[in-house]
Design a protein around this ligand. Structure first.
Ligand SMILES: [Zn+2]
Length: 111
């Protein structure tokens, strides 16, 4: 389940989370018309967000990978909700830690 938001850095507001790119474009257009006379605010941001409302593009690669895994696990139980249950964050951390340990083990065995 993909989630998107429109963020206006001038007003320092974010749109409600939407599920479709068409809805995202409508949110941005409605905000620009209502508050900025149709002008495009500098440094506005749009994009896919995780279940915590963070833009994936603004996250570092390791944190983004953790968020995608935790989002996927959380979507198994609650596909339309927001937020991560503790078990999903913990499982994502274990998966990433296990993958790092596996890579480290393979490299150690090869040397
Ligand atoms: Zn604005």
């Amino acid at each position: 389940m993909r989630r998107y938001v429109y963020r206006c850095t001038v007003c320092r507001t974010s749109s409600p989370v939407v599920r479709q790119l068409d809805d995202l474009a409508a949110e941005g257009e409605a905000h620009r018309l209502a508050l900025h006379g149709g002008h495009i605010p500098d440094a506005e941001a749009v994009g896919q967000v995780d279940r915590l409302g963070r833009l994936y593009a603004a996250l570092g690669p390791l944190i983004a990978m953790h968020a995608r895994i935790a989002d996927g696990l959380s979507d198994l139980r609650d596909p339309k909700g927001m937020g991560h249950p503790f078990w999903a964050s913990a499982a994502a951390t274990l998966i990433l830690g296990g993958a790092a340990a596996l890579v480290f083990g393979v490299i150690s065995a090869a040397l």
